[in-house]
Design a protein around this ligand. Structure first.
Ligand code: PMV
Length: 361
């Protein structure tokens, strides 16, 4: 039996802007995982998942229409990953084989609610890794990441792939995305293998490993409300042309400045990073205000305000609208008061730590 696991992730800074090719974000992989076990099948292949069995669909509340909206089935990502690897296998003239995939997740709570720790990305990366091993494709980390991105953008064309990069390479990373439209077109015209080794289509994108910031503590609060990244990104994109308060390019430049400052702070072990996180929070608040989108929900506002009142920096992680908030605090800051106030405000702490970086990149 083959077993591969991939970690979840948290965005630290650069969300939304990272959707534009070449714009950077800082992301950290965390020590909670999706595990895929693969065993050879005989006449048919199957996908089993206890987590997804309990919660086969993801649904979210759309504030604008006051409706419950069904999102993609998590299996979409599994199917997209299988399809991409099978296409590569066929391009290499290897014979097809049957296999069963058993998927288990630490990225949901006991009732199947998603934490918002990048479960779609983790399952995609883990399925690609398991099939790479099964077929002996010898892909290596960079190609696994690229293949996982090609699969993901068939399901969610705007996804930046930052969560896939964190899930593949682990640790703290700076990430900039490629032009996914160009990648999809290249795959459609030339196949998977040629797209993995294409040059121009990947230009400007990349992953840089950041040293673990020893002088910092990472705290994560969970709101208990699942949010839809795809819907939020779509809303921001469609509002880009009508942002009288702050033009979108100003947001992108401000976001980049925060990412640069954070990377510099990390190079110093993390000193000054909590303040930069506060700046990044304000940049996201301005994006929300100018585009009329609730990125910082009342619960996320409480989560971040409490952290700031006690001398730390906090902000929504990722698309916001629910899910998690991330807090950075100096290593010597007492964090009990933050945790106590979170608990009193129905914010659950997720006990997790950065996942160690792999050898790659
Ligand atoms: O909401 P999350 O944690 O999946 O993060 C989304 C980050 C965005 O920049 C908003 C979207 C993306 O694809 O990078």
């Amino acid at each position: 039996m083959i077993e591969q696991r991939a970690p979840g992730k948290l965005y630290i800074a650069g969300e939304y802007a990272v959707v534009d090719p070449g714009q950077p974000a800082v992301i950290v992989a965390v020590d909670r995982y999706i595990t895929v076990q693969l065993s050879e099948g005989s006449q048919v292949g199957r996908v089993r998942s206890s987590a997804y069995g309990r919660s086969p669909l993801v649904w979210v509340r759309d504030d604008a229409s006051d409706r419950i909206v069904l999102e993609h089935q998590p299996y979409d990502y599994v199917f997209a990953a299988i399809t991409a690897v099978e296409q590569l296998r066929s391009e290499r003239s290897l014979p097809p084989r049957y296999y069963d995939l058993d998927i288990s997740s630490e990225l949901d709570d006991v009732s199947g609610r998603k934490f918002g720790l990048g479960s779609s990305a983790a399952v995609t990366v883990a399925v690609v890794a398991a099939l790479d091993e099964f077929y002996g494709l010898g892909l290596g980390e960079v190609e696994r990441f690229k293949l996982a991105l090609l699969a993901t953008i068939e399901v969610a064309p705007t996804a930046s792939g930052g969560d896939l990069a964190a899930s593949t390479f682990g640790g703290w990373i700076r990430y900039a995305s490629p032009d996914r439209g160009a990648l999809r077109a290249h795959r459609a015209a030339h196949g998977v293998s040629a797209t993995l080794s294409a040059g121009q289509e990947w230009a400007g994108s990349g992953v840089t490993r950041l040293a673990h910031p020893d002088a910092l503590q990472l705290l994560v609060g969970w709101t208990g409300s699942p949010a839809s990244t795809e819907r939020l990104v779509e809303q921001v994109r469609t509002s880009e042309s009508r942002t009288p308060l702050q033009p979108y390019p100003t947001f992108v430049a401000d976001s980049r400045a925060c990412v640069d400052a954070l990377v510099e702070a990390f190079a110093r072990g993390g000193a000054g990073a909590p303040e930069v996180l506060g700046r990044a929070r304000r940049v996201l608040q301005r994006l929300g205000a100018s585009s009329g989108i609730t990125i910082e929900t009342p619960q996320l506002r409480d989560l971040c305000d409490i952290a700031e009142r006690h001398g730390a920096g906090g902000k929504p992680s990722g698309a916001g609208g629910g899910d998690c908030g991330v807090v950075l605090a100096d290593a010597d800051l007492a964090t009990e008061p933050i945790l106590r106030e979170w608990e009193a405000n129905d914010i659950r702490r997720l006990s997790l730590a950065p996942h160690p970086a792999s050898g790659g990149v």
